[in-house]
Write a protein that binds this ligand. Sequence first.
Ligand code: SF4
Length: 471
Amino acid sequence: MKEQALSFKSRTRAALANKTLKTAIDRTAGNAEVKRTAAISEFPQFPAARALGRRIKDHVIGNLEHYLVEFERNAVRSGAKVHWARTSEEASRIVVHLCRRTGAQRVTRSKSMLGEEIGLPHALEAAGIERVETDLAEHIVQLAGETPSHIVWPAMHKTREQVASLFNAKHAVHPESDSIPDLVESARRDLRQKFLTADVGISGANFLIADTGAVCTVTNEGNAELTTTPPRIHIVTAGIEKLVPSIDHAFALLRLLVRSATGGDFTQYTTFHCGPKRAEDADGPDEFHIVLVDNGRTRMLGGGLAEMLRCIRCGACMNHCVVYRQIGGHAYGATYPGPMGSVLTPAIDGLAGSHDLPNACTLNGKCAEVCPVEIPLPTLLRGWRERSWKEGLDPLTVRAGIGLWAYFACQPLFYRLATAGSVRWMRLFRKGGWIRWMPLAGGWTKYRDFPAPQRSTFISAYKAMRKGSPK
Ligand code: SF4
């Protein structure tokens, strides 16, 4: 749920012109890529774990109703109150109502992309409730008045130096330097008192455990525990696809999630929240609410996108995406960026306003290769392209261009003449094996060089090879 005042192309142009953005993305995504590769190479069971992860998710998706009923029954038994929301508006209305009912003035929130999806930050502010983001990156994004640009590292678009000047401007006590430990210390100082004085703590969920009714959160900062323990009320917002049958299944998926997201063996904090505080507990909330959100997910089940519901939000697909690495998350103009976002956004927000996203992909297949639950992202993106074409959503110029190409491609003689002519034409502009500028190709050559084609076309080279004289 984001404003889309500018078109995707305008946002992309602005992102490509921003050199600091490129530095920031390369530092974090590059690091994540290296760490993931190392973690997978030290985990020989990865292919088997991946196949198991896929089976677990497929099983739950195929029996969603059964596990939802089981989860609700056990969550209620543990003392939780379960709420159901069909849409994003309904979900944020339920959360705001729960906060207002208790007269909450301040709420703390640990990172949840579902919260962003349902527009919760905006809904809380519109209701006059102070919202405090407690995840370090979300804290940065909130101070900057921005939205997350990555599902695991929401502030990936900012360099350490930019964060230092932001903290200098916004924190009462300035950080001592722009080193990471000093920046973390500065955020800790700013947030500590707010953790202890919040009326409500809101978290997301990494997994919902059906046979116990527990909610699992994983963080590296411990902020989810500090968000959910001191306040009197804990509200969880979670998509219905987060279900797993049991804690064993959650651990099977955690082995994939952490390695794929950060390259670690395990996160620093993995917590299972099960109902409100009991008489014998030292701390914990008096009320524990779980808001289960559909927001288009059951539609995806029947609409050829069921495989997308396997997603465990690790972010590996965007860290390895050549497009995301150039333009960053904000250019997508949606809650979920990168390859997974380009599949999810049309399903959640509608294809009419987001049909550019499935086209922002080279289909090189890297995202599917790294996805820990084997989601065929390129196939799903192609599915959206086909639908966009059938619904006539692509611009007239694109439709006319593809129509023209299709005509030539279906006429072998014309096709050969056209490709031979194009090769000759393109070679006129080559310099040292590359084309740096060419009429009608400015959209490409403005940002990257194009390899100059070989002298002969594939067909003439093939013919020559068949004659026994390969060129
Ligand atoms: S689509 Fe796969 S790689 Fe991308 S975030 Fe989801 S689980 Fe991770």
